[in-house]
Design a protein around this ligand. Structure first.
Ligand SMILES: NC(=O)c1ccc[n+]([C@@H]2O[C@H](COP(=O)([O-])OP(=O)(O)OC[C@H]3O[C@@H](n4cnc5c(N)ncnc54)[C@H](OP(=O)(O)O)[C@@H]3O)[C@@H](O)[C@H]2O)c1
Length: 259
């Protein structure tokens, strides 16, 4: 029997006392498969959540599924001009610096699965822009609008570390995202905000479950959200590590720097 990805049950490793009451968390890519689970978990823990999408339609769909007074939706495109101004506008509209910014942004591109040497120049450029330039631009725009004690959390996949045949664009940008995020963490250091890179295994998303694609060994998206909530609150035992790996549903998140 499949477990709903948005189950509210708290996994064994999650801190039962985590509360985000009064905190504001921006989920960039909140309409995505992983992002939706993160949004649900943050709301469960008391946060005010601002989810973003490139389109109002996707935000309306999300609001239909999660009708919650502490959830709002904002359109935002990481590759659009005026991103820095848009970030300042969102921070001002939602009450000042954010306590957490979650980057859960990804694009598979239109090229489908393709061997690396078959990629055209245009496909290469599109993948790098959509998955790497986008993340860099989001960091540059939103870190100035994070509270000093706040947390920036980037959700990434295991292709940051291992080959992904047929999906070179996703894999190479994942590896570069990991490098970018850890470099930012080192540059900010103790000054804050805290910066986390979370490498995920396969996730049980709502869309996958609705398509009948499921596996009890995969990680419910809401469990990723629980980890994110603990990082924002500072209650995670991993709060002092910048690199985490969450690939095993029973073990929960692990330090990536101690592997
Ligand atoms: N799904 C998994 O099993 C899995 C496993 C490991 C790691 N991850 C990681 O989790 C993260 C999210 O993946 P996902 O599966 O949730 O992807 P997804 O379902 O495709 O969602 C992607 C999200 O990114 C947003 N987005 C894409 N391009 C954007 C842009 N230019 N500007 C602003 N927003 C943009 C999309 O917004 P729109 O509403 O505008 O489309 C959507 O909300 C990725 O970093 C991925 O590597 C996922």
């Amino acid at each position: 029997m499949s477990m709903p990805q948005n189950d509210t049950e708290r996994p064994g490793w999650a801190n039962a006392t985590t509360t985000l009451n009064g905190m504001r968390v921006l989920v960039l890519g909140g309409t995505g498969g992983v992002g939706e689970g993160v949004v649900r978990a943050l709301l469960d823990d008391g946060a005010t959540v601002i989810a973003t999408s490139r389109t109002r339609d996707r935000l309306d769909d999300l609001a239909t599924r999660i009708a919650h007074p502490r959830l709002s939706g904002e359109t935002l495109d990481a590759l659009a001009s005026g991103l820095d101004e848009r970030a300042a506008q969102l921070a001002a509209r939602h009450g000042g610096p954010f306590d957490g910014v979650v980057v859960s942004v990804a694009s598979w591109g239109a090229q489908g699965r393709k061997p690396v040497l078959s990629l055209t120049d245009a496909e290469w450029d599109e993948q790098v822009a959509a998955n790497l330039t986008a993340v860099f631009r989001l960091y540059r725009a939103f870190v100035p609008h994070l509270a000093t004690a706040g947390a920036l959390i980037q959700l990434n996949g295991m292709s940051a570390d291992i080959p992904f045949p047929g999906a070179a664009g996703v894999a190479l940008t994942a590896a570069a995202q990991k490098s970018l995020t850890r470099t930012l963490a080192a540059e900010l250091g103790a000054r804050g905000p805290r910066v986390y890179e979370v490498i995920l295994g396969v996730i049980r998303t709502r869309a996958r479950q609705e398509a009948g694609i499921d596996d009890a060994g995969w990680i419910p998206a809401a469990h990723v959200g629980r980890h994110v909530a603990e990082l924002v609150a500072g209650t995670s035992p991993l709060s002092g590590d910048d690199l985490h790996c969450f690939a095993d549903v029973t073990r929960g998140p692990q330090s990536g720097t101690r592997r």
